[in-house]
Write a protein that binds this ligand. Structure first.
Ligand code: F6R
Length: 355
């Protein structure tokens, strides 16, 4: 029941701080020590490479997860789109371990891969929002995302749950002393930060109406982990507003796509990584010089007086959990401002059970 909310999507965006708290109490219950099951930890630590397989928004969550597994746990990790992996399996390492990310647990493309890798005798873990779903049942292990039912076609809280749970997994595999991070505390801080963004959402509605509702096309740019977030930001905006949007690694723009920037083309930069901010600012200036209307989403440490939306500082690799939220809200308000059915974009289904 969406209660007083005009659309499920807004309700589900609002639920994100609660989802993070649920994941903390289930998976980091005692003194912040991860509880995810011995078998999973043992099998993942025995692997020489992790393969994350997913589609759409879940794939985008995997792009963030891969960085967490590599940088926190030191395990090489690849992320693959399931519809490609299914029919062009890459050369695998000697001891692969597979992670399937799926809100619904029913995505046919991902199931095809799971069946293939089961036939090859490899171990797997599904992170899904739907217990007893197909991907839940057919994997070696499964863990629930605990996001509660996600009804809007555009996925929001499942993305946040997938990134959070992958962070907890990477933390469980890491040398936690060397990592020197209190994940429970950091995630609690993030839940508060997300609430702060939600409380501040009116300014995003204004920006959406001014900059994105009238647009024909738009760009999101970012580097490092932000290059993963901008893919999700762009998907969210295009799927519910029908404004054609590309998410781009900021440095890649000049290698061709810069040609598409015209007078008033919206270009939104996500900048959360201090060591990369200067470069992204340079890329953004290149679009401004061609007439782009720009908007910046930045962390406090990077913020300059001319920046538009400022996020609190949090652990570098966990910034996607907060930086995605203004993008979700921009997408929501653009769809709303265009008078569209936010929860039911044309041509799309919530659970994609065909290949
Ligand atoms: C976008 C969206 C889709 C799904 C994709 C995978 O907002 O919801 O891109 O993320 O179809 O679905 P699941 O996660 O159920 O496997």
């Amino acid at each position: 029941d969406k209660g007083a909310y005009p659309f499920y999507m807004l309700k589900e965006i609002d639920e994100q701080p609660v989802v993070i708290r649920q994941l903390i109490s289930r998976y980091l219950p005692k003194d912040g020590q991860p509880q995810i099951g011995e078998g999973i930890v043992k099998d993942m630590l025995a692997a020489d490479r992790i393969y994350i397989v997913a589609a759409g928004t879940s794939y985008h969550a995997g792009l963030v997860g891969a960085r967490l597994f590599e940088r926190w746990a030191g395990i090489p990790t690849e992320v693959h789109v399931s519809s490609e992996f299914a029919y062009e399996q890459p050369l695998l390492s000697e001891k692969p371990f597979f992670i399937f990310l799926s809100q619904s647990g029913e995505t046919a493309d991902s199931r095809e891969v799971l069946q293939n890798i089961n036939a090859q005798g490899f171990k797997s873990l599904t992170l899904t929002n739907v217990e007893k779903s197909t991907l839940w049942r057919e994997a070696t292990y499964a863990l629930p995302l605990l996001a509660g039912p996600e009804i809007a076609v555009a996925s929001t809280k499942a993305y946040v749950a997938q990134v959070t749970l992958q962070a907890i997994l990477a933390y469980a595999l890491a040398d936690r002393e060397a990592l020197n991070l209190d994940l429970e505390q950091e995630l609690s801080k993030i839940a508060i930060a997300i609430q702060g963004i939600i409380d501040d959402k009116e300014q995003l509605q204004e920006v959406a109406e001014e900059m994105l509702v009238p647009a024909h096309h738009a760009f999101y740019i970012g580097r490092g982990v932000d290059s993963a977030v901008v893919l999700e930001a762009a998907l969210k905006l295009k799927e519910i507003s029908y404004v054609q949007t590309e998410g781009f690694a900021a440095g890649e723009l000049k290698h061709g796509t810069l040609a598409l920037i015209e007078e008033d083309t919206p270009v939104i930069a996500v900048m959360t990584q201090p060591r990369l901010a200067g470069l992204v600012r340079g890329n953004l200036a290149e679009t401004q010089a061609r007439g782009a209307k720009t908007y910046t989403i930045v962390t406090q440490a990077i913020a300059k007086p001319e920046d538009d939306f400022v996020l609190p500082d949090i652990n570098e690799l966990l910034t996607p959990l907060v930086s995605v939220v203004p993008a979700q809200l921009l997408a929501y308000y653009t769809s709303l401002g265009r008078g569209l059915d936010v929860d039911h974009p044309r041509n799309l289904a919530k659970s994609v059970t065909v290949q």
